[in-house]
Write a protein that binds this ligand. Structure first.
Ligand code: AMP
Ligand code: ZN
Length: 324
């Protein structure tokens, strides 16, 4: 589907609307909002989803579960938040301070409440009247599992696979529909000796390509890096690339932009194993790796390439998604 497919879709929000842009041609985001697949919230990157959008996401999740049926994975689900102590242990703030989101709440007395209301009334900033709650929004679906597995004691030398799904928060507001602030990651996470993780990652790169092929999506697999913060971060990112620790499956989605990472295949070496002291039966430190499927990005890729009405998608694609 090319960019012209969306000509004629209405610009969203009118001249004064939040997403109004001085652009003759409606964007892919405009088309998604117009069709009601995504629902505007007033904040870029924060959207409601329609029943159709959710059904596609559910179909993807079921397809991923089928792909992972032989993994003997332990299914773990967490709310999209983690405790401050575990978040600190993860060292996320060292690498990605710009992306983290923390939960704050009003903790004052009645006098403080009156002050809060007065601020609101005067249209002044009231958020400094809140205090940290000790709850941090989950930045990646696999983060909450490491402390849980660590507490159970050493892992067998055969390792272990965990299946997770979570909404994740990243502070990266954008008008690209593929870059959301709250989105879902479905992951399989492998913990064990290094060779086990590398074999796991190889298998999942093949399965990722297989899934994208079955969904009739154009794709390429490439080496990638995470957006490490600052000047020091550039060195870390370069080294991550050089060691081929991260691969991404890229699919063209946005108008005139480079293709979008819709799956990632990560080898963390002993980074998380060492931080959380995840041990192996032989006394060594566990290595870890994960495959992450971006549910929203895959839904958006499908809508982009097969059209906004899944009833009209190619039959094999619908079957891969469980019939839709
Ligand atoms: P990462 O942990 O950055 O490798 O992300 C894993 C997967 O989550 C990516 O391959 C994307 O499909 C998805 N993802 C990452 N960031 C975003 C975002 N801001 N909005 C939507 N999906 C995202
Ligand atoms: Zn992960």
């Amino acid at each position: 589907m090319d960019a012209h497919a969306f000509r004629g879709a209405e610009a969203i929000g009118g001249a004064g609307g939040l997403f109004a842009r001085a652009r003759a041609q409606p964007t892919y985001l405009d088309a998604l909002l117009s069709a009601g697949l995504l629902i505007e919230s007033g904040v870029p990157g924060l959207y409601g989803r329609s029943a159709v959008f959710e059904a596609i996401g559910d179909g993807l999740n079921a397809a991923i579960t089928r792909l992972g049926a032989d993994q003997e994975a332990e299914v773990l689900r967490f709310p999209p938040a983690m405790g401050l102590a575990d978040f600190e242990t993860s060292e996320y703030l060292k690498s990605f301070p710009q992306l983290a989101g923390t939960v704050h709440s009003f903790c004052g007395d009645e006098r403080a409440h009156r002050r809060l209301l007065a601020r609101l009334e005067d249209r002044q900033d009231w958020t400094d009247q809140q205090a940290p709650t000790g709850v941090v929004l989950t930045p990646a679906a696999c983060y909450p599992i490491y402390p849980v597995i660590a507490r159970r004691g050493p892992l067998p030398m055969t390792g272990k696979v965990v299946d997770v799904l979570s909404y994740c928060y990243r502070h990266e507001p954008s008008l690209e529909p593929t870059r959301m602030q709250l989105f879902r990651q479905r992951e399989y996470v492998c913990l064990g000796p290094p060779a086990r993780i590398l074999a796991f990652r190889q298998v999942w790169m093949e399965r990722g390509l297989q899934l994208a092929t079955a969904l009739q999506l154009p794709m390429e697999l490439d080496v990638a890096n995470d957006p490490f913060f600052g000047r020091g971060g550039k060195i870390v990112a370069d080294s991550q690339r050089e060691q081929k620790l991260k691969f991404e499956l890229l699919i063209p989605v946005n108008d005139g932009e480079p293709p979008t990472a819709c799956m990632s295949f990560n080898y963390h070496m002993d980074h998380f194993g060492a931080l959380w002291r995840i041990g192996l039966a032989d006394g060594g430190t566990a290595h870890t790796g994960c495959v992450g499927f971006g549910i929203e990005r895959l839904v958006l890729a499908l809508l982009r390439h097969h059209g906004l009405d899944p009833a009209r998608w190619p039959q094999p694609v619908r079957e891969t998604l469980g019939g839709l």
